[in-house]
Write a protein that binds this ligand. Structure first.
Ligand code: OXD
Length: 310
């Protein structure tokens, strides 16, 4: 029995070392592509793994995401049917994402973009109004969306949350898909915060039709997945005043190509998929615990429902 770490784009030796300290002595932990015996691998920790690689592990039982998202695993045609899937849910990851969203919301609320532009011209100017009156709609009330909606409500904003199943969050008006369509939900707010998981149902959901239901001069924050946003529709909405500012951490293509129109758009703030980053030490604790649970036949932590996709 062995664990394979398959995360090609980063130095995972600190993660491997921490994992080894959490596992019983003698447990093998290998870093791809240096896998001495693929038939011994029962658990793989994955992030942006190369296509086809999972087909090489005949005894794989658990595919564990190194992040909160799991679409890279679920969309892999080589993922065998019986393999369990887990993901990272971690307070530090949640705090990072919460702070990113709060930063974006407060920047919008205080109109920082106005002052940055005025400063370029050395102009002492005050916008009208001084503060944006925001009504915030959080799309997705899962492990990230719930505490973020609560934190936004704690800052005094009117907050609405949209989810598939009914939720209750103090200070947040929670609406579920059985009560109202997402377009009707958009009609209640002027700031959309996307924290949805990527599934076939959510891809392309941030589109012209949805934006049409927002009042003119609305705002968008997407910290979930680039695939949620129809990028041409965002440009259209910004250029026609339906939206007046967007904060994007994720993109259809990452890294965002140098000739992409978003780079030059004054109303778009771009961050390079850094809203929240997995802490390797915390991820190692979860991975080691799940490896033990797998061996002992216990329920996994943060197991993913393949049907739901999260
Ligand atoms: C994640 C991410 O899913 O970093 O954790 O995007």
């Amino acid at each position: 029995m062995a664990i394979a770490i398959i995360i090609p784009d980063r130095d995972v030796r600190p993660f491997r070392d921490k994992l080894l300290t959490c596992l019983p002595g003698g447990t093998e932990v290998w870093i791809y592509p240096d896998i001495p015996d693929a038939s011994a691998v029962t658990m793989a920790v994955l992030w942006k793994h190369p296509p086809g690689v999972l087909a090489g592990f005949p005894r794989l039982r658990l595919a564990s995401s190194f992040g909160a998202g799991v679409e890279h695993i679920l969309n892999d045609p080589d993922l065998p049917a019986g393999v369990l899937i887990s993901r990272i849910v971690d307070e530090q990851l949640t705090t990072g994402m919460r702070n990113y969203v709060l930063m974006a919301v407060l920047n919008i609320h205080k109109q920082l973009r106005f002052y940055q532009a005025a400063r370029q011209e050395r102009r002492w100017a005050k916008p009208e109004p001084i503060e944006q009156a925001l009504r915030i709609g959080v799309l997705g009330l899962g492990e990230l969306g719930t505490p973020i909606a609560e934190a936004l409500a704690g800052l005094g904003f009117p907050v609405f949350g949209y989810s598939q199943s009914p939720k209750t969050i103090p200070g947040v008006r929670c609406i579920h898909a059985g009560e109202m369509t997402i377009s009707e939900f958009a009609g209640l707010v002027n700031t959309l915060v996307c924290l949805l998981p990527r599934t076939p149902a959510t891809e392309g959901l941030l589109n012209r039709e949805l934006f049409r239901h927002l009042p003119s001069g609305s705002f968008l924050i997407n910290a979930a997945r680039g695939a949620h946003l129809v990028e041409a529709d965002l440009l259209h909405a910004l250029d026609h005043g339906r939206l007046c500012e967007a904060w994007l951490d994720v993109f259809q293509t990452e890294p965002l190509p140098a000739d992409h129109p978003f780079w030059g758009h004054p109303a778009i703030t771009i961050t390079p998929h850094v809203a929240s980053i997995t802490n390797p030490d915390n991820a190692a604790l979860i991975a080691a615990d799940n490896y033990r649970r797998l061996q002992e036949g216990l329920p996994l932590r943060f197991e993913v429902d393949r049907e739901k996709g999260y």
